[in-house]
Design a protein around this ligand. Structure first.
Ligand code: C5P
Length: 344
């Protein structure tokens, strides 16, 4: 089995044997990776490459995916460099609606991109069933970040795969190198490799860490139906104009640990575009403000909505008040660090 569409996937009911096989076979690495929120997102216009030029302030938030990688296969093969260059790369995952399988999954793409950049994999052999060796790198994924929710779940998984495989394969690439590999996978991946709080420009991939004091408390409100990022940017093209708004108020609120000021400064130019596709989201945002949030904003390209509160008890109380309006509500805090190697 290899990286092709559906290749190497196991049904959710088979995840227990998968876990046993990884544990029995040798070294593995587990990485926990947080979701991302945009506290500020301004769209300056369309670039020559078709992407949109952004100024954005991103922060990690305490919803996590766990990604586990291991080399498995016939004894000895997994660790011999020659066979390792031709090993398969497989995604083992629970069957969850909407999670891309095989090489459509960003974690698998990240594995191939890292393997190529670090000279660990002969990617054309990896993709060729006849040329592959018996060894396989397997990727197991446990999702806590909403899928297609505007919280960079796929990008977080790519960042986790880069972090975990850099360790497992002994690539010794620096964080900067991983960010560069990540930029080829998706606009949010470089931020997800580092985490914390950052100002993003360009496609959102050019990032610089910014100061954030304290902890902020959120209610993360998931909508019933996912939204495609490309569709939301398409809607921006149709309905919106470039904006000149600057992130100064958000950056000041982060420096001064001021939740009320941050609530007032939250801004996302993609809201109008997402609301044009899903008018009910605008009503839901108003409802969050009416229910006592100090601020509310669409997360990235949506459809997840974020409600900011002054402290954790207020977040819990707000979550209870609005729970029946959403598919799921979760209390979370930010910032939430970056990808972290937790164990095998
Ligand atoms: O970079 P990524 O693959 O995550 O982007 C997904 C889609 O979002 C792109 O295909 C593009 O349509 C849109 N996008 C954009 N401008 C950005 C980031 C994303 O137009 N800065």
């Amino acid at each position: 089995m290899g990286t092709g569409e559906g290749g190497g996937q196991r049904a959710g009911s088979e995840s227990t044997p998968v876990t046993r096989e990884i544990a029995a076979d040798g070294p593995c690495v587990t990485v926990r990776v947080p979701a991302k929120v945009n506290l500020f997102l301004a769209v300056r216009g369309v670039r020559d490459d078709g992407y949109h030029e952004l100024v954005t302030v991103m922060q990690t938030v305490s919803l996590y995916d766990r990604l586990r990688v291991a080399v498995v296969g016939p004894p000895g093969q997994g660790h011999h460099p020659a066979s390792r260059r031709r090993m398969g790369v497989e995604l083992w995952k629970d069957a969850i609606d909407g999670l891309p399988g095989g090489e459509r999954n960003l974690a698998v793409q990240a594995a191939l991109a890292l393997g190529e950049a670090a000279g660990v994999l002969d990617v054309s052999a990896v993709r060729d069933a006849a040329a592959r060796s018996g060894a396989r790198t397997v990727i197991d994924l446990d999702k806590g970040i909403p899928i297609a929710g505007g919280m960079a779940g796929g990008s977080a998984d790519a960042a986790a795969a880069l972090t975990a495989l850099n360790r497992l394969w002994g690539c010794e690439l620096s964080k900067d190198d991983l960010r560069e590999v990540g930029a080829g996978l998706g606009s949010d991946v470089p931020f997800c490799v580092v985490g914390g709080t950052a100002l993003g420009t360009g496609r959102g991939s050019a990032i610089a860490q910014v100061l954030c004091r304290g902890t902020f408390h959120w209610v993360v409100c998931q909508a019933e139906e996912p939204l495609s990022t490309a569709d939301v940017y398409g809607s921006w093209d149709e309905h919106c104009k470039p904006s000149e708004i600057e992130p100064d108020a958000v950056l000041h609120a982060l420096r001064t640990e001021d939740a009320v000021a941050l609530g007032a400064a939250l801004h996302n130019d993609l809201e109008a575009a997402a609301f044009a596709l899903r008018p009910e989201l605008e009503d839901h945002k108003k409802a969050l403000l009416d229910a006592g949030a100090v601020g509310a904003v669409l997360s990235g390209s949506g459809p997840t909505l974020l409600a900011l509160t002054e402290d954790e008890p207020s977040a819990r109380a707000l979550a209870e008040r609005v729970a029946d309006q959403f598919r799921a509500v979760t209390v979370a805090r930010s910032p939430a660090g970056g990808p972290e190697v937790v164990s095998c």
